[in-house]
Write a protein that binds this ligand. Sequence first.
Ligand SMILES: [Zn+2]
Length: 315
Amino acid sequence: MDQVYRLQTRRQILKAAIGGAAGVVLGARTLRLNAARPQAPSDGNGTLRLSDDLFIVRIPGEANVIAQTGPDGVLLVDGGSAKGSDALMTAVSSLGAGGRVHTIFNTHWHPEQTGSNESLGKAGATIISHENTRLWLATDITWPWNGQRFKRLPKTAQPNKTFYTTGKLDSGVRYGYMPDAAHTDGDLYVQFPKQNVLAVGDVVSGQGWPVVDYATGGWIGGIVGGLQRLQTLVDADTRIVPARGPVLGLTDLKAQYEMYSTIYDRLTQFLNRGRGPSEAVAAKPTKEFDAQMGNPDEFVRRAFESQWAYLSPDA
Ligand SMILES: [Zn+2]
């Protein structure tokens, strides 16, 4: 009875946060933001103004990019894929500030975030990442679950300013490492204190089930840990910008934390009973969330396998 009640409550919280109440709030916010820039199309593409000097640049098919304009030019958080880089730079030029990008953060090593590194690095930009991200970008990587290969970036495209814990720019922008390995073992956040905006890369998924990249350190326990840690960095008014999907708030973080904690508990139990990934998928450990989140099979398999590196006795 108690268990049923708890699940029910969680489901209601999630429904309210992901599909319902928060959706309305975020919808209203999006409407207001779009109203300020009537040329912005309503399909999730186009530029979204967060404040006088801070924007989310959304190129179709690309991850979110944050751009901050200032007297010295533009600062970016992530740079889209190599394929979308030209379109991104055109959009960034239209924001003013001369369009020259002086600094770019890589929230992690994935090609969807680091595709502008080469052109910006050649042009002399400062490329900031966690040291682990630089190491991944300097190495050839193959994903074991599908054989996909990623070639190391040329030296000019690799991060040229790395850190281990936290850092601060003269402009007041702060950044820090997310050591939980929610997505990779090189995740960082970027904080814009004046605008109360927090960029979180893929540490938080704003659009469906996340990619669990255990080849470079990400794991399901890290998703839970990351969602907990981020709650200490925000307040009720903070706008949280993930790499994918709409702007989120603290309520969304709390709801996601509840959901991934539940799933993590279940997957850990399967692992402890000696079950395998296919059995975990068959047991539908995400069933009460699937209506909102979509088909979970790939996520569950990968999340289960991600535990091997962290929790298996022989790890
Ligand atoms: Zn990613």
